[in-house]
Design a protein around this ligand. Structure first.
Ligand SMILES: [Ca+2]
Ligand SMILES: [Ca+2]
Ligand SMILES: [Zn+2]
Ligand SMILES: [Zn+2]
Length: 475
């Protein structure tokens, strides 16, 4: 009944490490059972002798043996692990009549076979029951079962899909705020919608009307509307600004330093729009530490040009390399009541104006050509957009979960200068994928996830691309 204890485990499998201990203890215990076995055999022989001399030897042997027993060694009861992680399955089987047939199941679904099947992937999260069933050559059956807690990689968060850049009839778009918000909520069906009309075409009363309407239409858990405005400079570039009581236009604020100072003063949260469309690109996205806390996003998708087209993606990478902490977004920038499949998505526990504003402060967004792809990137307890301070230089395990209603083609972990640090291609047709790439981290930097999906539902084909906010590494 020798079993092989596994020797490598991650820091996230502390409880499985406990299983290791149980494993070696059980191995030591086998010697103490030997004396009992001898006694049992002697007792059984005496009984047989007294009973029936005509019993066949085979039958005597069966009666003489210990009863069939099955015990799960690893994992330990109540072990916790992340979905998609490998779990080491091992057991001890004794007594009965060998050979044994052993099968493992998770909540009644077959998982593995044999006494020591070794590393087995646990696919889905939840409070699960692991059962070992053993049948011996005489047809006797023994079982053992333990509870397992398989943790959701999304940690109770879910993605919400919407937009952070749109225009209404207040500036050069279409529709009143009522018409725009009703359409976004009921026709497009997005979870959130940022109204950002051009500042230089908006009056104070229109600005106040948008505040009133976005508050009126926001229903926690149903739909969130947010008021912002677009600051448009013909040379430097455009930005959408949220979270301020006032608005300002490039007519009054000509220089970049003016709008950066204004953002700090008004505690605004701003997004670089369609980078590169205006030649100055905010001084080539030069890093300004004073305003860095206020700049939360950069568009990698605008109107029909998304991540797959790649028009704006290089500027995202450039901005991160320059030192900005930004999330990527993909917005319609619509000037009419029309919509495509591109979305900005954020992770939160619930849908509300507060959670949307918090996601801006946390940079917890991803930019998606696809309207419903769920893409999570974490490291330990840090979610996309977050800052991680590793305890030491060396291997770092990222945690990735992608779920869509269309096949997942490729996953890439992208780092400085756009270098691909890790890559994998799931089997054809995969629509739910967990990935734990390990990369060596030795200096400050960032890592975001790029996911290539086959497009079969949105008419964009052959592919759509998702990019997440990075995990920022600071030693
Ligand atoms: Ca999809
Ligand atoms: Ca699609
Ligand atoms: Zn613009
Ligand atoms: Zn615009």
């Amino acid at each position: 009944m020798l079993h092989i204890c596994f020797t490598t485990f991650s820091r996230y499998q502390v409880l499985v490490a406990g299983a290791l201990l149980a494993c070696s203890l059980a191995a030591c215990d086998t010697s103490t059972g030997a004396g009992n076995n001898v006694n049992n055999v002697n007792n059984a022989n005496n009984a047989n002798n007294a009973n029936n001399a005509n019993n066949a030897n085979n039958a005597n042997n069966v009666n003489n043996l210990d009863p069939l027993q099955a015990a799960i060694l690893t994992p330990a009861p109540d072990a916790e692990l992340l979905e998609g992680k490998t779990l080491h399955l091992s057991a001890t089987i004794s007594g009965g009549v060998p050979p044994y047939v052993a099968g493992w199941d998770l909540d009644g679904v077959s998982l593995a076979a044999g006494e020591n099947p070794g590393d087995t992937v646990i696919p889905e999260c939840g409070d699960r029951t692991l059962t070992l069933t053993v049948t011996d050559a005489a047809g006797d059956v023994a079982t053992d079962e333990i509870p397992l807690r398989v943790l959701d990689l999304n940690a109770g968060l879910r993605p919400y899909f919407g937009h952070l850049h749109s225009h209404s009839g207040i500036s050069d778009g279409e529709g009143t705020p009522d018409e725009v918000l009703t359409w976004a909520r009921d026709v497009v069906g997005v979870d959130f919608y940022g109204m950002a009309d051009h500042a230089e075409q908006m009056s104070d009363s229109e600005w106040a009307l948008v505040a009133q309407k976005t508050a009126e239409y926001s229903q926690p858990g149903v739909f969130v509307a947010l008021r912002g405005f677009e600051w448009s400079h013909p040379w430097n570039g455009h930005m959408c600004i949220y979270g301020t009581a006032d608005f300002t236009s490039a007519i009054s604020d000509i220089w970049i330093s003016y709008i950066y100072d204004w953002l700090v003063e008004h505690q605004g949260l701003a997004q670089f729009n369609h980078p590169g469309r205006e030649n100055g690109v905010f001084d080539d996205l030069d890093y300004e530490a004073s305003v860095a806390p206020n700049m939360f996003a950069i568009e990698t998708g605008n109107r029909g040009n998304g991540n797959a087209e790649g028009e704006f993606l290089p500027y995202y990478i450039q901005a991160l390399d320059n030192g900005w902490r930004l999330a990527p977004t993909s917005n319609q920038d619509n000037h009419s009541l029309s919509f495509n499949s591109h979305r900005t998505a954020y992770w939160a526990a619930e849908l509300s104006q507060d959670s949307l504003l918090q996601a801006m402060r946390d940079r917890a967004f991803y930019s998606s050509d696809d309207p419903n792809a769920e893409v999570m990137l974490r490291v330990g307890g840090v979610t996309m957009g977050g800052l991680l301070t590793p305890a030491a230089q060396g291997p770092l395990e990222f945690q990735v979960k992608v779920v869509d209603d269309e096949p997942i083609q490729r996953l890439e972990l992208v780092t400085r200068a756009g270098v691909v640090a890790a890559m994998t291609e799931p089997p054809a047709g995969t629509t739910r994928f967990l990935w734990y790439p390990v990369v060596n981290v030795s200096s400050d930097g960032w890592y975001f996830l790029k996911v290539t999906l086959e497009d079969t539902l949105d008419g964009e084909g052959p592919i759509q691309v998702v990019v997440t906010a990075p995990i920022y590494i600071r030693f």
